[in-house]
Write a protein of this length. Structure first.
Length: 189
């Protein structure tokens, strides 16, 4: 399946994938940084992973908790001859991050938004010197920037995302907050 068809498939099946303008920003970062190793949290069906593999020479490690999505992505990577450049891990990123022991030049953070803050110390340690953290959906439908909360259900995630942004400002010497897509944080170690 080509990436255009995959986007249509994901939209039809309510599988959240990289927004088109976020994709452009990610491609710019890949071209600029030319990472050799990339870690992705949240493979979903392999859309963003394919973008990463297509637009760099990197070796990708990608984590997904959902078995069906993991299997779908596995097929896609195989179909596109990416298998040699991918380590797909099935499981809960919160657990897996604790046991990874290599360094990554770029981390694409796109798993559960309420967990970004908890995952940050692990991600920071896994980043190479000069490595880049690229976190998607940091404004979470714009709610993180506003003062009100749409429903009680989202309140915790919004508060945690605000704390995540503040913590990144403390930890990283260089951070950018972009309005593209659903909000992007790019931080350089
Ligand atoms: C926004 S989607 C990822 C989209 C994908 N990066 C793309 O742009 O093509 C988030 C994914 O994170 C997965 N996920 C949720 N909780 C997770 C966890 N604890 N560990 C790993 N993956 C998780 C979901 O199943 C979902 O597929």
């Amino acid at each position: 399946m080509d990436l255009k068809d995959l986007r249509t498939f994901a939209e039809k099946n309510f599988i959240p994938i990289l927004r088109e303008n976020t994709e452009k920003v990610l491609i710019d970062i890949l071209k600029k940084e030319n990472p050799k190793t990339v870690l992705e949290i949240g493979t979903a069906v392999g859309y963003s992973g394919s973008i990463i593999l297509k637009n760099s020479q990197c070796y990708l490690t990608t984590i997904e908790i959902d078995e069906n999505r993991f299997a779908f992505a596995k097929n896609l990577f195989k179909e596109n001859n990416f298998t040699d450049r991918v380590n797909q891990i099935l499981g809960d990123a919160n657990e897996i991050l604790k046991n990874l022991n290599k360094k990554f030049d770029l981390i694409f953070l796109d798993g559960p938004k309420g967990q970004y803050l908890k995952q940050l110390p692990y991600l920071y340690n896994l980043l190479s010197d000069n490595g880049t953290l690229f976190a998607d959906n940091i404004y979470y439908h714009g709610w993180v920037k506003g003062n009100d909360y749409p429903t009680h259900k989202h309140r915790t995630a919004i508060l945690r995302l605000r704390a995540f942004i503040e913590e990144c400002k403390n930890k990283f010497p260089n951070i950018q907050l972009l309005d593209d897509g659903d909000g992007i944080l790019i931080a350089k170690k």
